[in-house]
Design a protein around this ligand. Sequence first.
Ligand code: FEO
Ligand code: CA
Ligand code: CA
Ligand code: CA
Length: 690
Amino acid sequence: MRMQLPLIRTSNETHPGGRSALTCRFRCGDACFHPAPNTSDNPYVGDVIAGALSRRSVMRAAAVVTVAGAAGAGVGLASPAAAAEKGTGGAGRHRPAKGARGLRFDAVAPNTADAVTVPDGYRQNIVIRWGEPILRGAPAFDPEKQTAAAQAGQFGYNNDFLSLLPLPGERNRQLLVANHEYTDEVLMFRGYDAAAPTREQVEIAWAAHGLSAVVVEGDRRSGKLTAVPRHPLNRRVTATTEFRLTGPAAGSDLLKTSADPTGTKVLGTLNNCSGGTTPWGTTLHGEENFNQYFANASRATDKRYGIGTAASERKWERFDKRFDVAQEPNEAHRFGYVVELDPYDPTSTPRKHTPLGRFKHEGATVRLTHDGRPVVYSGDDERFDYFYKFVGTKRMKKGSSRAAREHNLGLLDEGTLYVARLTGDSPAIEIDGTGKLPADGEFDGSGEWIPLATANADGAVSHVDGMTAEEVFVFTRLAGDKVGATKMDRPEDIEPNPHTGKVYVALTNNTNRGVGTNAPADEANPRNANKHGQVLELTERWNRADSTRFAWTLFLVAGDPEDPATYFAGFPKDDVSPISCPDNVAFDPHGNLWISTDGAQLGFHDGLFGVATKGERRGELKQFLTMPIGAETCGPVIQDRRVLVSVQHPGEISGATVEKPASTWPDGAGRIVRPSVVAVWRADGDDIGV
Ligand code: FEO
Ligand code: CA
Ligand code: CA
Ligand code: CA
């Protein structure tokens, strides 16, 4: 049966990047309204694809559409979340579906329900919501009486990356670490006046940013997961928590401020988007659109990161001069790093590792080489920016002794940072910007990792003419420019598949590709005005520290499968789910790739998808769940019996406020919309997708 795409559009007014105006305003500081910071003299080539989707777009899948909170009306349901715990979205018994092992579920049909919709036979619950108290002494959430002190002990806003770490010795418990990417003041504060935020509102926002560590406990009879408040490992890290800058750029003049003449201590972490879990039991968190928190930059002080020349959206500079670049020009140099948290030591000082470079880190994922050195991949999420790899020189020490942990916390401070350059193997004339496959049948080619700088225990060496190593680590984008890195369509999560070793790079979209004087389509970014994004697959021997070459192919070219410009690794397109704007990636225990989307441009909500990466079903993509109104899917964790996702910015629709919400998720009409973490499991208790 073919299913019509819904005609309702709930993401109303969209910005050029595809998101609601509200998302653009608070999440990335209206990045799409500014010219891409990486400008190019390349001529316009190729036709701009219309991008308009055929309304026939469809997928062959059993439809399960949840009605809870439909279209934001609440429709008399007491609580969508409560309904969900009873099984909304999975009313029937589990029927094994076809698919690769791990993906045997009936794909969820694209929809615009104000709910998290899961496959038939699956269940869900809310693990934790914004504002739930996690630290001892923190009060219950009351949005009408919120204070900064309360928020500092409660789960933060807009949860993004999630890591679930083992907790040996505590039955059925794991340690959840979450990013809180940004705040949405109009959805947090009744009567919020963007022109005149109060000190209390600003301080609440500082406390709602950052990270949370919170112990969670699984139900013995189901996959239900709930937070354990007041556990001694629970922790909040906020925009005012002390961090240590590490690596050779720490202490450099570029990082000194009036409050920190040592250039080694920073208050807070900002805009933590995605992240990674290290093999030594810590978590990494990418500082992404940090530029938006700073005001009054000039050309000289910004250096290609897009810091505004006027007041910032949130006006933090009025309450702390470090956010005013005109007064404190180096403070912004202290954001844009990969930060590392030791979640097993709640008293530890988290670190910002300068050798991984400074850019809009989507996240950072780590693997070990065959001889135990860390390899870290990280994308710079901006139109026409680059992706990077860091290879450490020191080997991980096994065990959990204090000495081993201290050693491992320094692994990311010594090693070489590389940027990627890709070459296509088809004649340029065959890449016409429409997404039409070249004559060899694949968008593919070769690539190399170009070294930028090497950090050593006693200093650093630059590999870029005209830049010192410190400059490379602090102005990494400029280093990428100088060595001719490949301009990509917004590199997001990058992660090696533990089963096959192949590395997947989500490229979310780039509506400026080939438009005006911007860089035209190339074989790795083959569509002009690219609305839907693509997923790149790298083949490289990353388990060798000296690996500097790779082969690549486009694994997915996203969109409506009926759009001839899409590609699903050669799998028949009438049997896959539509997908748009791939963002975060993860792997299940079977080696399938799971992809969450951000800003899907197909007329339905964002979601989570699984796709086989090997065997006969390679490229068979199936939707596992869908998001409520205005929400983005983030931070997927796929375990044997449980899927965990962040529901980020639900209700973030242009014009929505606390008084006029666009969504009633998760608690129903009359209750404030709250970003939350959701767990999904199989009703019959068996493994996911088998
Ligand atoms: Fe926070 Fe790259 O999305
Ligand atoms: Ca080719
Ligand atoms: Ca994104
Ligand atoms: Ca995201």
